[in-house]
Design a protein around this ligand. Sequence first.
Ligand code: C5P
Length: 220
Amino acid sequence: MKKINIAIDGPASSGKSTVAKILAKEYGYIYTDTGAMYRSVTYLAIQHQVDFEDEQQLVALIKRYPITFKQTETGQLIFVDGQDVTDAIRQPEVTNNVSIVSAHEKVRHELVRQQQKIAENGGVVMDGRDIGTVVLPKAEVKIFLVASVIERAERRFKENQSKGIATDFDTLKKEIEQRDYLDSNREVSPLKQAEDAVRIDTTGLSIEEVVAAIKAVVER
Ligand code: C5P
């Protein structure tokens, strides 16, 4: 069967990466977490004391330190300049500043180029904010996942707990709302549903139900 590209977009913690990973495994496709790439640049900026507003320096970091993925039995690891940053990029300092970094046009330009290269031969499940609209406008399947902010905050809360990251629920909810606001209102490639994307509200749905709903779209 011809390998297609599947684009999954949506706001923070809408379940994109969880279902994208499952779909990639089932179809034997490559999973690409584009949020992890913007997080890696933010992490690099913190490490190298680059101002989050300094677009030129942020681009210089991207050019100097390659971001790579490695698939393992237990999931996906992300490396920056050969260093495993899989856990480091999920820390609150990165999460709370990534939307400032990702709003820069030149930063997006560099990362979008890398994302398009990964998907050029098809067989990719890519999740993010602008995959269906900008990165892969010709993707055969486009999904836009949404869920209530309460449910998304609950998911993130549990995820953080399981990783031993201490968080307060209300703070988490405010941070998610703030990140969605910034991502949806930036000038360059804002978070928005592509006209030809299928919208799925995952509030109250299990992971299996969301996967089944997407597979129904893929096999249509
Ligand atoms: O998906 P995740 O929540 O890890 O994404 C982190 C951040 O990266 C988002 O809040 C957004 O600012 C940025 N992002 C983006 N475009 C993408 C993927 C993520 O701007 N395609």
